[in-house]
Design a protein around this ligand. Structure first.
Ligand code: GTP
Length: 195
């Protein structure tokens, strides 16, 4: 059995984030845009338990919209990415969140990621704007960079932990707090440069 994750929106760095997570490498320059749907598996260890993540990457383009309903309907987690250097990608997030509300499973884990955090000079969306939008929809948020690797592991691990805790939680065990976990881990990576 595996855990299904989906990455959404177009040309925001989905493939790069996935490759960074899977292989620890960055694909720079121009390579071919994702056509159709592609997936990669990665096994992560969460609290001594192995969790197999099946991560789907899709071409986020409009013409694939009809495909994408089916694409995220069965997902257990959805990672919504925008590009901090492109306002239109940030504006798309609201539309995605509205759609997801309609088509996705009710208990789907959603995470908002502002990607390309390394591109400080080209930034048009401030971290606080991402933070605010995420708060409005009650979803966790962080900025990532497929280039430097910042917070990429954390994003996937936080989701794996959340899903593992849901699946294996004992009745008396406290609920896993994904927001708290991310906040504590984010601070660590910021101060110690572990990523
Ligand atoms: N500087 C920087 N560039 C990035 C980062 N992530 C992706 N890129 C670049 O952004 C472009 C798009 O990246 P992709 O991973 O193809 O984006 P995608 O969302 O998979 O694109 P589609 O499959 O076409 O929807 C590429 O030129 C990447 O090299 C990042 O974190 N920092």
């Amino acid at each position: 059995s595996h855990t299904d994750l989906r990455l959404l929106d177009s040309a925001v760095g989905k493939t790069c984030v996935l490759v960074r997570f899977k292989d620890g490498a960055f694909l720079g320059g121009n390579f071919i845009a994702t056509v159709g749907i592609d997936f990669r598996n990665k096994v992560v260890t969460v609290d001594n338990m192995k969790v197999k993540l099946q991560i789907w990457d899709t071409a986020g383009q409009e013409r694939f919209r009809s495909v994408t309903h089916a694409y995220y309907r069965d997902a257990q987690a959805l990672l919504l990415l925008y590009d901090i250097t492109r306002k239109s990608s940030f504006d798309n997030i609201r539309a995605w969140l509205t759609e997801i509300h309609e088509y996705a499973q009710k208990d789907v884990v959603i995470m908002l990621l502002g990607n390309k955090s390394d591109m400080a000079a080209e930034r048009v969306i401030r971290p606080e704007e991402g933070e605010k939008l995420a708060k409005e929809y009650g979803v966790p948020f962080m900025e990532t960079s497929a280039k430097t690797g910042a917070n990429v592991e954390l994003a996937f691990l936080a989701i794996a932990k959340e899903l593992k805790h849901r699946a294996a939680r004992q009745p008396c065990e406290p609920k896993f707090q994904i927001h708290d976990y991310i906040e504590s881990q984010k601070q660590k990576s910021a101060c110690c440069g572990l990523l």
